[in-house]
Design a protein around this ligand. Structure first.
Ligand SMILES: [Fe+2]
Ligand SMILES: [Fe+2]
Length: 266
């Protein structure tokens, strides 16, 4: 492997799906024109629309009446929630086919964790919190698409205790945080999203340490066995005490399980 940019350029078979995501993420403001625009994007993709409506009508959201159109969903859920649903549904095939069930589960948990933690700490700019968590490990997908055999080697090294970034650097001469950042730039995601992806394993190197620490913590909490994390850092950047964090983790897992059940049904 030569350099990360070449690795990204080599990957031609990233599905058309990112188009929807890029467009959905581009509509940031929760205003009239954004709502109309999102409705229009969805009108071009009937398969995606029907999956989104299925999710919106599931027990997870618990609406009494049936929601039959994206514009109705937008009116009831708001722009930010609808955007999250679109991203989740649109990304599922890519995450599951190249990252397996584990990656899908971890990404969704981390998305919910980011959203919940952002709410708990009253993060000023929290609209993209779900997406930050959902896409934080997207670089792993690239490494896996590029060379699944080598990525299995990385998995083995991690299993035997080597740090993931170290393992990837050794095998690929780059790592999923760096590659995810390059992909985020290629997809024209926001600066904050790209930054969080790049620094989710090293938040203090970020120019946005608060949000980077948020994703760092959410990631640690989103494994079956929670990772050990820097409690001092979390307290300093987010003002969260360890006993609170652990009770939030229970809430996160419960919410995630309910969402998995919905997304896996049918
Ligand atoms: Fe990661
Ligand atoms: Fe992760």
């Amino acid at each position: 492997m030569t350099n990360p940019q070449e690795l990204i350029d080599k990957i031609k078979d990233i599905p058309a799906m990112p188009n929807v995501i890029v467009k959905a993420l581009g509509i940031i403001k929760d205003d009239q024109s954004g709502t109309k625009e999102l409705g229009e994007i969805m009108a071009y993709d009937q398969a995606l629309t029907s999956q989104v409506l299925k999710l919106v009508n599931s027990a997870y959201y618990g609406f009494a009446q049936e929601i039959t159109s994206v514009s109705k969903a937008l009116a009831l859920l708001g722009m930010s929630q609808t955007k999250n649903i679109i991203i989740t549904v649109a990304m599922k095939p890519m995450l599951t086919s190249h990252g397996g069930k584990e990656m899908w589960k971890h990404s969704l948990r981390c998305a919910i964790a980011c959203e919940m933690l952002a709410e708990k700490i009253d993060l000023a700019d929290s609209g993209d919190a779900f997406t930050m968590g959902f896409l934080h490990d997207i670089g792993k997908i690239l490494l896996n698409i590029c060379d699944p055999v080598s990525y299995n080697r990385v998995r083995d090294m991690v299993k035997y205790g080597t740090d993931i970034i170290e393992s990837e650097n050794e095998v690929f001469h780059t790592n999923h945080a760096e590659l995810g950042f390059l992909l985020a730039k290629k997809w024209k995601l926001s600066v904050m999203l790209a930054n969080c992806i790049k620094y989710h394993h090293d938040p203090m190197s970020s120019s946005m340490p608060e949000v980077a620490t948020l994703v760092y913590l959410a990631n640690a909490l989103s494994h079956d066995e929670p990772d050990i994390y820097d409690e001092e850092l979390v307290k300093e950047q987010l003002g969260l005490e360890t006993h609170d964090v652990m009770s939030y983790r229970d809430e996160i897992l419960e919410k995630a399980n309910s969402l998995f059940a919905t997304l896996n049904a049918g």
